[in-house]
Design a protein around this ligand. Sequence first.
Ligand code: MN
Length: 234
Amino acid sequence: MLYVMSDLHGEYEKYRKMLELIRFSEADGLFVLGDVVDRGAQPVEILLDMMARPNVYPIMGNHDAFAFYMMQKLAVTITQENAGTHLATEDMQDLIGWLQDGGSSTMAGFQKLSQEQRADVLQYLEEMPYYETVDVGERTYILVHAGLANFRPDRKLSSYLPEELLLGRHDPDERYFSDPDVWVIAGHTLTQMISGKPEIYRGDQIFMIDCGACQPGGRLGCLCLDTFEEFYVE
Ligand SMILES: [Mn+2]
């Protein structure tokens, strides 16, 4: 079976419970549509678990991209020579912004790692693709963190800029592709903002799956692309 979930945001316990709930095995596959890190308590634990599973496929989210950017800076070894200067003023402002946007759990988790683990985590983040496509049955799914901003039917997927895929809101009520078998699956926008409910939102050839795992009243949602069964962890 092939599954999708998104916006885990450090909710390691919910992620583990979900893997149990769907009885995730080596025969299955799971796409995680970004925003693994920040906000919740254990983002780095989730990353390490995903890294150890060859059948979990990450896609970059805006929080993952920014954490990668910041952690690269924080991974610099501080010496007497660079101690006063290795974080420039604008980096310091970025750091404060990141911490205010939930980055402290990611930063704390990263700093507990060995040098070797840090290098592995940075490489894993760096190699996250900005989108994937996958065929299940008759359908082709485009998997992306936020959506396809500035969509045009003739635009190649490879022409979208990172910020269009990571931050661009995808109108969940607009139909994008004339081919009825091409569907988009995205996270990033809370389904509570769309339907008022922490449930996977099924639009016209689109699924929105961020049910707010780290939000009050939210849940972690997971969709099986073979059966369309929905799973939730409170
Ligand atoms: Mn996001």
